[in-house]
Write a protein that binds this ligand. Structure first.
Ligand SMILES: Cc1cc2nc3c(=O)[nH]c(=O)nc-3n(C[C@H](O)[C@H](O)[C@H](O)COP(=O)(O)OP(=O)(O)OC[C@H]3O[C@@H](n4cnc5c(N)ncnc54)[C@H](O)[C@@H]3O)c2cc1C
Length: 469
């Protein structure tokens, strides 16, 4: 077999190269940027470890840990400090903790909601009445519509909106409940009430931390993969301009040449894959074009200790848009994970998405730093300006699974049946998190090796995506 052409050297492309190599199948990995890893990158400043993109993966999704183990990195894995897990929501300039026992948007401990200052009496009464709902079948609808229907506006504005912005980079008005919160949609179908569903399905005592990462940062995973794929995968630096059919196979065009192959894996965002395929495979390109993406900007702000007058007694805060501040969320890094800060300095990781990211994506580092610090300084009671800062821009990087998205992977699967040898990896289809991307690439490699279908079935996908962490 000719080497498989893999376009994109993010986690999806690297994982595809790794699993193909394990099958004895050579590949050519083509990456446009000077470094591999895509949105995964680990920086350091003033003794702090700063994740430029993702900071961890959800522990209950096994594919990332599986790969990490194969790479011999298991002894570098650390878990989130869940004994200190508390997330605040900003409200009128103050920070209010999310009620205990909240599983994403589901109140698995209703008494904690009743005692919470986050919601008014009307919302608490609605939660009580929600208990009486009868099982119902609904076509897919937006998370906002679902949440308002079950718990009212406050629940959407104070919880769903900032949480989805932080986890999915998108607004609840657009995101599909069936795709991003399938458990809630299932509770509605089975029990009517999501409160009852959550109580009936309350997980047994957690067996480990919610999030996992690597002690020296996720960049270690990229480095280990790069090393592991070197014997079987040739790295080509360059931007792919087009994928076209060539005889029974495929031609991958770069500015200064082309690669011919039987199998090509486009491990890039769906909009990029659409652009590459538009000329030769217009129908599938059109479907891929329909998958919207949002941009994200992260700012790692390093402060000399003590840094703030407010204690870092939680994983961080969510900032609803009603607060009229630019950041969507801020992680108090040293509380969430050990080995991230020093005796002299501490770190806040600020996350912008949606309109704020669109405004800041072309702004200079100083302007982004100023916005992040100014917007947080009163909530955090900052004592001084940051001593260092790392800004990272991720244009059109976060796939939005909008209402109706659940039918797209099947439609794309049908179209791919007619394009043998073409494979689509990445976060645009059936899971946005790192483990989902790894799972998809593993399935693609198995299909190319001839012992797998290669396209995850719906059961294999939507039941497992729920949150990228
Ligand atoms: C800010 C941020 C925070 C996140 N946080 C988390 C988290 O905490 N946990 C989690 O599980 N997930 C998180 N995610 C999601 C997850 O990180 C991504 O979905 C995943 O890493 C995407 O990997 P990928 O390889 O599919 O795509 P990418 O990382 O986007 O890589 C694609 C690669 O393809 C290259 N490329 C693109 N076009 C071409 C071309 N034409 N020719 C050649 N090369 C090309 C790009 O340069 C890039 O290197 C986060 C995402 C973002 C943006």
């Amino acid at each position: 077999m000719k080497p498989v052409a893999i376009i994109g050297g993010g986690i999806s492309g690297l994982a595809a190269a790794y699993y193909l190599g394990r099958e004895g199948i050579p590949s050519t990995l083509i990456e446009a940027e000077a470094r591999l890893g895509g949105v995964i990158r680990t920086d350091r400043a003033n003794g702090c470890l700063i994740e430029a993109g993702p900071d961890s993966w959800l522990a209950r999704k096994p594919w990332a840990l599986g790969l990490v183990r194969e790479l011999g990195l298991e002894n570098r894995v650390i878990g989130s400090n869940d004994d200190r897990r508390k997330t605040y929501v900003a409200r009128r300039g103050k920070l209010i903790p999310i009620p205990q026992g909240m599983q994403l948007l589901t109140p698995a401990k209703p008494t904690a909601v009743l005692a919470s200052r986050l919601f008014g009496i009307g919302t608490k009464l609605r939660m009580g009445l929600e208990w009486l709902r009868r099982p119902a079948e609904h076509p897919d609808r937006s998370v906002a519509e679902f949440v308002r229907d079950h718990f009212g506006d406050e629940w959407n504005e104070r919880l769903a909106q900032p949480l989805l912005a932080a986890v999915y980079g998108g607004p609840p008005e657009r995101l599909s409940v069936n795709c991003v919160l399938p458990a809630l949609a299932e509770y509605e179908r089975r029990y009517g009430s999501v409160v009852r569903g959550a109580l009936k399905n309350r997980p047994a005592k957690a067996e480990g931390p919610l999030f996992l990462t690597l002690k020296d940062g996720l960049g270690t995973l990229v480095d280990a993969l790069q090393k592991a794929v070197a014997p079987s995968s040739r790295l080509v630096r360059g931007r792919v301009l087009q994928i076209e059919r060539a005889g029974g196979g495929w031609r991958v065009r770069l500015a200064d040449g082309a690669v011919e192959t039987e199998h090509v894996v486009a491990a890039v965002p769906a909009h990029e894959a659409a652009g590459l395929l538009r000329r030769s495979c217009g129908e599938i390109a059109q479907v891929l074009d329909g998958i919207p993406y949002n941009s994200a900007v992260t700012a790692g702000l390093v402060y000399r200790r003590p840094g703030f007058d407010r204690p870092l007694d939680g994983f961080g805060m969510l900032i609803p848009r009603s607060e009229k501040l630019s950041p969507a969320a801020c992680t108090w890094v040293e509380t969430k994970f050990d080995h991230r800060t020093s005796d002299e300095a501490t770190l806040l990781r600020v996350f912008f998405t949606g309109d704020a990211a669109d405004e800041l994506i072309d702004a200079g580092d100083d302007a982004v730093q100023e916005t992040a610090h100014a917007d947080l300084s009163s909530l955090m009671r900052c004592r001084a300006r940051p001593a260092a800062c790392r800004i990272n821009r991720w244009p059109q990087s976060m796939a939005l699974y909008t209402v109706g998205h659940a039918s797209r992977p099947a439609r794309i699967g049908e179209l791919l049946q007619r394009l043998p040898g073409l494979h689509l990896g990445g976060n645009g289809y059936d899971g946005v998190g790192i483990p989902d991307c790894i799972r998809r690439s593993q399935a693609i490699a198995a299909a190319i090796a001839g012992h797998g279908v290669g396209r995850p079935s719906r059961d294999d996908s939507f039941s497992k995506i729920e949150g990228c962490g």
